[in-house]
Design a protein around this ligand. Structure first.
Ligand code: CA
Length: 234
């Protein structure tokens, strides 16, 4: 996850408006990824992490409502700001019902759009910070130092963790006693990169067991949940 740059997925099929919005968002310092229709939007969401999605309702192919529904079904809680030319309140209600966070009717004031974006991004950040762990986390005879990306294992050995190892540990521990789905892991830990195979996550979890479990074949902390994901328990 990028900490400085806020990344926005802009889904809008009207070229002029798309270009104008992209330019203005970039001037505000946001990193903008473009999608011109619903399919492109869903593909982008599958392969990258975004801090916010600006989503037009009327799109060729899958419309904005369908895109929102699909994103939420995947347990992705990315903030969604919907745009629509239609002034129908039914649309607005349906969009919010399917999981959009906010709604603007075209034509809108640019200042207002920017303010709403800022508000949604800040709100999401606060939620993420509230959930996040401190720098040190201990369990059993192990201690993880997330900031230094190090761990002291059960044998007292100090090991260096890779960035992805630290991220995956953090994600699993933050969701203690809950299954974290594969999709969520890929989205959060691998983000911008090409998707690894399931094996890759398996190998990470095998390493965690080796480092941290008293008996790696009979894990107490790191569990695979077949066909779904992984779970940290304590
Ligand atoms: Ca449109």
């Amino acid at each position: 996850m990028s900490e400085q740059t806020i990344s926005i997925l802009l889904v809008e099929d009207e070229e002029n408006l798309h270009e104008a919005l992209k330019l203005n968002l970039e001037l505000e310092g946001y990193e903008v990824t473009s999608a011109m229709d619903g399919n492109q939007a869903l593909k982008a969401v599958e392969s990258e992490y975004f801090d916010l999605i600006i989503l037009d309702v009327m799109l060729p192919g899958i419309d904005g409502i369908g895109v929102t529904e699909s994103i939420r079904i995947q347990q992705n809680e990315v903030p969604i700001l919907m745009l629509s030319a239609r002034n129908a309140s039914a649309d607005r209600v349906l969009g919010l019902k399917k999981g959009a966070d906010d709604y603007l009717t075209k034509p809108f004031n640019l200042e207002e759009l920017l303010l709403r974006i800022q508000k949604l991004v800040n709100k999401n950040k606060k939620i993420q910070e509230k959930d996040s762990l401190g720098e040190l986390y201990s369990f059993g005879r192990n201690t993880i130092d997330f900031k230094a990306q190090e761990a002291i294992t059960k044998t007292g050995e100090r090991i260096q963790l890779s960035k992805k190892e630290a991220m995956l540990l953090k994600l699993l521990i933050e969701n203690k006693n809950e299954v974290v789905t594969r999709e969520k892991i890929l989205q959060t830990v691998w983000g911008y990169n090409v998707y690894p195979t399931t094996r890759t996550i398996d190998n990470f979890v095998l390493s965690f067991r080796k480092y941290f479990e008293e008996d790696s074949r009979n894990p107490e902390y790191f569990h695979s949940v077949r066909g779904v994901g992984y779970k940290y328990t304590e």
